[in-house]
Each structure stands twice: as C-alpha cells, then as structure tokens.
Design a protein around this ligand. Structure first.
Ligand SMILES: [Zn+2]
Length: 271
C-alpha cells in the first residue's frame, strides 16, 4: 500500500527513518515548520531553517523516492517573543511561491497566551492575503480544548478563510467535533506514548467517519516514529475495513487537502 505522512519533521529524523518509510510504501511527506527543541536567537536562524526545509530536505527525501513538501511559519512556542516573531514573519511572503511550499503552518497556540494569539492572528492574515492553505497546531497541554476553541473562533470570524483550506491538527476525542462542525479538515497524530494511540485513532475514524481526516505520525526529535502510521493502518484493517478505505484515509485524504495548494503532485488513487 502507498502512504503519505502529512505531518512529519524530517529534519529531526535519521536516514534509517527514510529507508524505513521507503520500505513501507511512503511516497510523500509534508513537513510543517516547528520548534527546534530550543528557542532560536535571531530571525537569521529561521532563514536557514526555511532553506533547510525547502532545499535540503526535499533532496534528502528524494534519495528514498519520497516527495517532500513543507509549510512555513513561526511556531507557537517561539511566538511569545513578538518582536522576533514579526522579524520571522517578514521572511515568509517572498518564499510562498516556492514549488515545495504548501502553505502557512503549523501555526496555532501552545499555552494560549495573549502574545501567541497576536502572532497567530498575524500569520492567519499572511495566509489570507496570499491565499495560502493553513495547517494548525493545537496545544498538547491540558488546555487543548480551550486552545482549539480560541483558534477555531478566530478562523471562523475571518471571512477570508475558507474552512476546507484549513487543517486542524492534533485533534483528539474531545476536540475533533469542534473542528469538524465548522467544516475544517482534521488531523490525528498517532504517538507511542502520549497523544492518540493507533487504537484510539481507529476508534475516532469509526466514530466520526473517514471524510476530511488525515492521520499523521508528527515524528520529531521526541519519542515518536513513522511506524505509527503503519501500526494505525494495521489496526484499521484488523477491524475489517477494506484496503480501499485504508487508501482513502492514509493516502488520498492528504492528497485531497494538499492538492488545493496547486503544487502537490501526488495523485489520489481512489475516485
Ligand atoms: Zn509538528
């Protein structure tokens, strides 16, 4: 079966992971800009990071037959520094025409602070002004419900934003309804230790249906891994869902969302 990992931080993964993904049938990935594990000291550091995402990582992925795309932003964790964030935001518009950029992301909230909200709104404005897709990070902390609610309210109140061009990621049982009700795409992040397990992920797919949901590993420098996508597919098939249904969830749904960018080249397999 062919897979797409719609949210993975390849810059922090090993070459073994690329080889593993190739063996499993991963044909394409999308990599949102995120926190490096430490706060960067200046905007120039982000300029290099964006170059890494757009020039270096696609070449590295291509060696393993994987088509690599990226998203640009300043992440919520570093958005607390409003001055630095604005310097970083200025770097983004000139890069938006790059053929590997799918849109603005992963933007959102971490601790739901006033500064995070300010920078989130300013990046939504960049996306709206430049007609970009948006990939949303919802908080992993106990404030996930509140954060998701603030984010979806801001997006719903901006008439320029079309919900089908936004994906609300890291949804869980208690937040997915909020995102789906407003017509947004939803992301499920499957982790070995925290967040959603393969079993819970499949429970959610069975409860909410497979339309407009993308499943990802969000693999980064923490305990995570590209195998979570495969484990979730195994659980999905174990419960009797057909291969065609699996293809829809684990390959075609990301294609449908990403192809709205006009840059995504991987074609959906099903009808
Ligand atoms: Zn991420």
């Amino acid at each position: 079966m062919r897979y797409i990992d719609p949210h993975i931080h390849c810059v922090s993964r090993t070459t073994d992971d690329y080889q593993f993904m190739q063996r499993c049938g991963v044909v394409a990935v999308s990599e949102p800009a995120f926190w490096a594990g430490y706060d960067r000291s200046c905007a120039a550091s982000f300029a290099d990071y964006f170059r890494h995402l757009l020039e270096i990582e696609p070449k590295r992925a291509a060696k393993y037959g994987i088509d690599h795309y990226a998203w640009l932003c300043i992440n919520a964790k570093e958005a607390e520094d409003v001055h630095l964030s604005r310097e970083v935001i200025k770097l983004i518009p000139p890069l938006l025409d790059h053929p590997r950029v799918l849109g603005i992301g992963e933007i959102g909230l971490n601790k739901n602070t006033r500064n995070e909200i300010t920078i989130f709104e300013e990046q939504v404005d960049v996306a709206a002004t430049h007609n970009q897709l948006i990939l949303i990070h919802t908080p992993h902390l106990e404030d996930k419900h509140k954060g998701t609610s603030i984010i979806t309210d801001i997006l719903k109140n901006d008439r320029r934003i079309k919900p089908e061009r936004v994906l609300i990621d890291h949804c869980e049982e208690h937040t997915i309804r909020m995102a789906k009700a407003a017509g947004f795409w939803c992301g499920l992040t499957i982790y070995p230790v925290t967040k959603v397990t393969p079993q819970r992920g499949v429970d959610i797919l069975e409860q909410f249906g497979t339309d407009m949901i993308c499943v990802n590993s969000a693999s980064d420098w923490g305990e995570s891994g590209p195998h979570m996508l495969i484990d979730t597919t195994i659980e999905f098939r174990r419960r009797g869902h057909t291969e065609a249904e699996a293809v829809k969830v684990f390959h075609d749904n990301p294609c449908r969302f990403f192809e709205q960018s006009g840059k995504w080249k991987v074609k959906a397999i099903g009808v």
